[in-house]
Design a protein around this ligand. Structure first.
Ligand SMILES: Cc1cc2nc3c(=O)[nH]c(=O)nc-3n(C[C@H](O)[C@H](O)[C@H](O)COP(=O)(O)OP(=O)(O)OC[C@H]3O[C@@H](n4cnc5c(N)ncnc54)[C@H](O)[C@@H]3O)c2cc1C
Length: 816
């Protein structure tokens, strides 16, 4: 009996110590005391075993002992197996900073650290810009006209955007820019996402490109010249990195700049002869200044000893001799400005290099550093914005579209996609605004930027597809009345640009995050590079403590023992505790995968992607919980939170399961699965009752619907283009009155109390009024309501030859 008791107490004590990562000393003390008790009270065998355990802990855990025999051996093995970090990867790893992503990697997320990034509201000036200027800009857009009739934004909109400073959101006020916070930039882009051409046109100059590069790295002279001109739209920038041979692998770009002497403004100066071919460059056809990335060489040693200086960025005015620019590509679905740029032996002076000659060869570092912020904002905001429009339109349409005598929103098959859109939009907005908020606190979220870019643009793809499905033929039919089809067609643009999603998911999120966010791996690699054994010892044994700690936390939390206390209300707390549990499991699995596959993990992209999926889903859940914690929640929002958190946690667990199914070391996979999910899967897809509630709320005039479409363009002012969202909102406000009238009329018709030939809703309203079933007021109301419904159900049709670019080639079929 005593033996059993000692073993149980020893195991429980060790797990407790491991969970706290308390180090070797407490473990040593525990084993020595229990061993002594065993020997004194007659359980000699167990007592001796416990002392042997203590010996092992001392030998491996006490620095003074382990540094003599264990650490040197581990160091030698580590030097052989640690992955080589290329220069390009090192630059990527050093860019940006680590915040909540690092907490998730540690397996012990301290929620207070996340909550300390308190979210502030937009300033009055920022909110007024979102309310006014963004509404005016959105109200000048007609998607059909922009996409098909003129293949451009209307000139008055271009003028407005320049005049109001839309292109200078990131430029400080002292240069004439708006100097908006990251949150405000995101809010602007979300609102402008009502039209993807508008969103891209405003998003690109405010994202990675000349403006940001100049701000961070430009010389004073360059800043003074360009920033005021970029802020008021006198200069339109573009940035050319991609070419026919270099896409995702951008550092392989074959465009060159060779240092030489040449003539500039009649003077003989030192400069660069550039030869390049770029494609898919957004805004290039109308750009006045081109940011160009190229590889810089100095074969004649005109600048120094280095021949290959590396990737460099320069700013080149459009009219520079030899530059071919102005042709257009035709991005799918959307006519935003995009085209190729070519140049052969184009001579530029050295002071056109961004940051001057000092920054020669620093181009890749500059780009990667800027990417961590820009990639969090532009495309994720576009995704969140269009998702909320899709929700508003889909909720409105499915309520007014009646089939089988019911609004289709009442049908469970339609409710499923409606709830999905709502959850995706809700998560996307929380993720983008909360991450932008951390940027406003000074964080440069490198790994979250990859998470947001890939996850939110995938959400966008799903939201648009779901919205298309619930609209049926209404949005399949293109024309001025179709508010959704063009955005749906243009969706692949977001999937592809700024790091194509497949690569971002498979390679970057975990591949970059594992080293970047891991509390110890970077230190271990640095110790390896510096051949610093004490530093290695410190890092590797803290790392070991973390592995044991994560195993203990994942296992005990998986059994429901010792749930951490979390600073959330009773609705959010269980999800925060689950994030903590899965974060411990993630930390353990990440270490196990790295240890078992070593540098081979880089090539096992499918495994890396699943680890990335776990991290992404935990990150998104955290952002949602923080938003919930900070905002005033409305009726039905708790249901949406449950639905969203369950969806994300289900996805995280699914990624774990697929990881365990595919880890090549089967014994390790089984052990990890047993520790991380001792009771099997916990999270299933959300229950149908959540789906029904959410779908009903977003397709009626509810507080939840209004909250989800807050800060979208949902007003209809005089002189603006038609706003379908405003019309749906008005219809939903009226549909509470219309619904009982529909039911009364349908019942009477079913009983034969109305003429059988009254097949149209309008005819039935008249018949019901004549039969005294509804009064004059209701009849007037229903006539107007039905007219508006029919308007919103209608689609466009065109002349027979309307779509042919070459009217001459049209064959007029003989239909006689
Ligand atoms: C409309 C549009 C606008 C653009 N605007 C600009 C711009 O303004 N400036 C600019 O410089 N560039 C721009 N680009 C280029 C854009 O950034 C690239 O398209 C993108 O980097 C991907 O390159 P790629 O299309 O050549 O795909 P590829 O690199 O050929 O990739 C093909 C597929 O392979 C996958 N893949 C590649 N490598 C890996 C890997 N290691 N692991 C897993 N999967 C991988 C990719 O995810 C992708 O799915 C634009 C592109 C488009 C289409």
């Amino acid at each position: 009996m005593l033996e059993l008791l000692l073993i149980v107490v020893a195991l429980a004590g060790l797990v407790w110590i491991m969970r706290r990562e308390a180090g070797a000393l407490p473990a040593l003390g525990l084993l020595l005391i229990l061993g002594a008790l065993g020997i004194v009270f007659g359980a000699v065998t167990v007592g001796v075993l416990l002392w042997l355990g203590a010996l092992a802990v001392a030998a491996c855990g006490l620095p003074i002992l382990r540094r003599r025999w264990l650490t040197p051996r581990l160091f030698t093995a580590f030097k052989k197996s640690a992955p080589k970090v290329s220069e390009t990867e090192r630059i990527a790893l050093e860019a940006g900073s680590v915040a909540w992503d690092g907490e998730l990697f540690s397996g012990r997320p301290q929620w207070q650290r996340l909550l300390d990034f308190g979210t502030t509201q937009l300033s009055e000036e920022e909110q007024a810009f979102v309310d006014n200027q963004c509404s005016v800009a959105a109200g000048m857009c007609n998607a059909w006209e922009i996409a098909r009739t003129r293949a451009d934004l209307p000139p008055e909109l271009w003028d407005y955007l320049k005049r109001e400073g839309f292109f200078g959101m990131i430029i400080p006020k002292r240069y004439g820019g708006l100097e908006f916070s990251a949150k405000a930039q995101s809010a602007v882009l979300q609102k402008l996402a009502v039209n993807e051409t508008l969103m891209v046109t405003v998003g690109v100059p405010n994202s990675l490109g000349p403006g940001e590069l100049l701000l961070k790295y430009g010389t004073e002279e360059q800043k003074d010249h360009y920033l005021p001109r970029l802020a008021d739209g006198r200069e339109i920038p573009c940035f050319g990195l991609t070419g026919p041979r270099a896409g995702s692998d951008a550092t392989s770009l074959p465009d060159v700049g060779v240092v030489c002497r040449g003539k500039h403004n009649g003077e003989d100066v030192l400069g660069l002869k550039l030869t390049f071919e770029k494609r898919w460059i957004t805004l290039a056809p109308i750009a006045t200044v081109v940011g160009l990335a190229f590889r810089m060489f100095d074969p004649d040693g005109l600048l120094g000893d280095t021949e290959d200086l590396g990737i460099t960025c320069a700013l080149i005015p459009r009219n520079t001799q030899g530059m071919e620019i102005g042709r257009r590509h035709h991005p799918i679905g959307s006519p935003f400005m995009n085209g190729p740029i070519r140049g052969q032996d184009v001579f530029i002076p050295l002071d056109w290099i961004i940051g001057g000659t000092e920054m020669a060869g620093q181009g890749w570092r500059m780009l990667v550093e800027c990417l961590s912020v820009g990639r969090c904002i532009t495309l994720p905001s576009g995704a969140s914005g269009i998702g909320r429009y899709a929700l508003g339109w889909a909720g409105g349409y499915t309520r007014i579209r009646r089939q089988f005598n019911l609004p289709v929103a009442e049908m469970e098959g339609v409710q499923e996609p409606l709830a999905r859109i709502a959850a995706h939009a809700y998560i996307a907005q929380a993720a983008v605004m909360q991450t932008a908020n951390t940027i406003d606190h000074g964080v440069k979220p490198a790994v979250p930027s990859a998470i947001l870019k890939s996850q939110l643009t995938e959400f966008q793809r799903n939201m648009l597809a779901d919205a298309m499905d619930v609209h049926g033929g209404r949005t399949v039919t293109l024309g001025p009345r179709n508010y959704l089809g063009i955005a749906y067609a243009a969706n692949p643009v977001s999937i592809t640009v700024e790091g194509a999603n497949i690569m971002t998911r498979n390679l970057m999120i975990f591949g970059q995050g594992a080293i970047r966010c891991h509390p110890y791996v970077l230190d271990e690699l640095a110790a390896k590079d510096n051949d610093d054994l004490p530093a290695f010892d410190k890092a590797i044994f803290r790392h070991a403590g973390m592995v044991f700690g994560n195993a203990a936390r994942a296992f005990t939390l998986g059994l429901g023992i010792g749930k951490p206390s979390v600073p959330f209300d009773e609705i959010a707390a269980p999800y925060a505790q689950e994030v903590a549990r899965l974060s411990a499991a993630f930390g353990l699995c990440a270490d196990a995968a790295m240890a078992s596959l070593g540098s081979g993990l880089k090539k096992r992209e499918m495994l890396s992607a699943r680890l990335g999926d776990v991290l992404s889903n935990l990150y998104l859940t955290s952002m949602l919980l923080k938003q919930w914690h900070e905002s005033d929640n409305v009726e039905h929002e708790a249901t949406l939170l449950h639905y969203s958190c369950r969806t994300l946690l289900h996805r995280a667990e699914q990624a774990f399961i697929e990881l365990f199914d595919n880890l090549p070391n089967r014994a390790l996979a089984t052990t990890l699965s047993g520790i991380a999910m001792p009771l099997g899967r916990r999270w299933h897809k959300p229950h149908d009752r959540f789906t029904r509630d959410i779908a009903h709320a977003v397709s009626t005039d509810s507080a939840l619907r209004h909250k989800l479409i807050e800060n979208t363009w949902n007003t209809q002012d005089a002189g603006q283009k038609d706003n379908p969202l405003a019309r749906y909102n008005a219809l939903l406000a009226d549909s509470e009155r219309a619904e009982p009238l529909y039911r009364r009329i349908a019942k009477a018709y079913g009983k034969g109390e109305l003429p059988a030939e009254a097949l149209h809703p309008e005819q039935r309203v008249e018949a019901a009024w004549e039969a005294g079933l509804i009064d004059e007021d209701d009849a007037i109301f229903m006539r107007r309501f039905e007219r508006e419904v029919l308007e919103m159900l209608s689609v466009d049709d065109f002349a027979f030859d309307a779509f042919a670019l070459d009217k001459e080639s049209v064959v007029w079929h003989d239909t006689a």
